[in-house]
Design a protein around this ligand. Structure first.
Ligand code: GAL
Length: 462
């Protein structure tokens, strides 16, 4: 279904091209942008605009009619294609077109879960002073190098003083929008990471009650039961890229320990928690025995399809997975799929957000200001989040459209004892160490070697 889109050839070609034009590793960019670390050369020869021209074909749509507008075309890049949020982003741009019919929009997506391909394109374009009008970006630490290099504008007055944003936003998202003190970006959604989704018929056939799984380790025996009693695999997962396993491991670290241990790792104290880190890695190795056989070649949406089809019992993923369930007719919450907080993490809301920054050298400053004001509005957040499987960062968005699952997530959020920030999504960790963690996890998913991975993780923050 959706994955033709997610893994489209165009995107892959763009990514390879961008990576090959090369030298734009995260470290190189951060170094060049003055964000610390670094040392790699960052010289590039071809212009970022090449990619954008090609990738326009990749599911991108111009959502407004031709008009003799005073506005420059608004170019927005994101990775929401296919099952990974396409319906939600369409709803967002439909609302924007209604509000601003004379702004022409060029959605220019680069597919690939968790920004695995878009990131490279954006860094290159920003370095070349040829940024899009805005793009999908995790706020918080992830944007620090851009702020340090003076690549993002202060939008405290032009955007954040409109629509009652400063009063309506929750404190956490507001903080994340100010990675260097000034408001530079606008969060659109809040995703939860510590979820365990499951196919109801499969666990019932196996006689497993997910609510009774208390620890990450107990999930291993639940999966053994599933596999002995049904034809399904224990856990749907993708290891074709590292990010889903980084998320899974960080959630296990949280579930086997506590918020302090998780935060201490995120602050770089890896060796202080040697036992906790090694044990959580080992648990993931144990899970890997129960992954689908094709984990190494599928995307996250293809892995999630196995929950939809009843070929797998459990799925750990951000609640964007629920956006896919919602988009599937006849696959109903509680009857067909359900959710518990990941074992051991009850009372915690591990969060991730997507936001849209305002770059310097903006090709369409007026249109971008309007767009970011819109992203920060009730209307935008009410249209986008129910379809995406996320909850709004504004507190005044009516909950009628959100359905029972997201209403439950909203309650869990409101009642949570702590809200830790995602490691994989760079809210808690700046791009350089985050990139080193991704490298460590990329080796991990190929050799499942706990000791080597631990050693690599100890170096990640150096
Ligand atoms: C996350 C993003 C989500 C979702 C997911 C999978 O980083 O915040 O919105 O798209 O990646 O690609």
């Amino acid at each position: 279904m959706t994955d033709a889109n997610e893994d489209s050839d165009v995107s892959r070609r763009d990514y390879i091209k961008a990576a090959g034009a090369g030298t734009i590793g995260v470290t190189g960019l951060a170094g060049c942008m003055g964000g610390g670390g670094g040392g790699d050369s960052t010289t590039t020869t071809d212009s970022g605009s090449d990619e954008t021209t090609e990738s326009t074909d990749d599911g991108g749509e111009t959502t407004t009619e031709e008009s003799s507008s005073d506005y420059e075309t608004l170019e927005v890049q994101h990775w929401w294609t296919g099952g990974d949020g396409a319906a939600a982003v369409e709803a967002l741009f439909e609302g924007f077109a209604e509000a601003y019919p004379d702004i022409e929009v060029n959605q220019n997506p680069v597919s690939g879960g968790a920004g695995q391909n878009l990131e490279t394109v954006i860094k290159k374009r920003v370095l070349n002073n040829n940024p899009p009008s805005s793009w999908q970006a995790w706020p918080g630490a992830n944007l620090q190098p851009y702020v340090a290099a003076d690549k993002l504008e202060d939008i405290g007055d032009s955007v954040w003083s409109k629509n009652g944003m400063k009063d309506a936003y929750l404190e956490g998202p507001k903080e994340a929008a100010r990675p260097g003190g000034n408001f530079v970006t606008v969060p659109l959604n809040i995703h939860r990471i510590n979820n365990l989704f499951y196919n109801v018929s499969v666990v019932e056939e196996a006689g497993v009650d997910p609510a009774s799984i208390e620890t990450p380790g107990d999930l291993v025996s639940a999966m053994e039961t599933v596999e002995s009693k049904t034809d399904a695999v224990g856990m749907a997962h993708q290891t074709s890229s590292a990010w889903s396993t980084t998320q899974l491991w960080a959630t296990v670290l949280l579930g086997e320990n506590d918020v302090e241990t998780y935060n201490s790792f995120a602050e770089g104290n890896v060796a202080d928690d040697e036992e906790a880190v090694k044990s959580s890695l080992q648990t993931v190795v144990d899970y890997a025995e129960h992954f689908n056989d094709d984990a190494g070649s599928v995307s996250w949406t293809e892995a999630n399809q196995k929950i939809l089809n009843g070929e797998a019992a459990f799925f750990h993923q951000g609640d964007w997975a629920a956006g896919m369930y919602r988009g599937q007719d006849g696959f109903e919450f509680e009857d067909d799929w359900d959710h518990v907080p990941f074992p051991g993490t009850e009372g915690v809301y591990a969060l991730n957000m997507d936001s849209f920054p305002f770059p310097t050298n903006n090709p369409s400053p007026e249109a971008t200001t309007k767009f970011l004001q819109y992203v920060g509005s009730v209307d935008a957040q009410e249209r986008f989040n129910p379809k995406k499987g996320s909850i709004p960062p504004r507190t005044d968005v009516p909950s009628d459209e959100f359905g029972p699952f997201l209403t439950r997530q909203m309650d869990d959020f409101q009642n949570s004892d702590s809200q830790v920030q995602s490691i994989e999504h760079g809210l808690a960790i700046a791009p350089d160490p985050k990139s080193n963690i991704s490298d460590a996890m990329a080796s991990f998913i190929s050799n499942w070697n706990v000791d080597n991975t631990y050693q690599q993780l100890t170096q990640a923050f150096n």
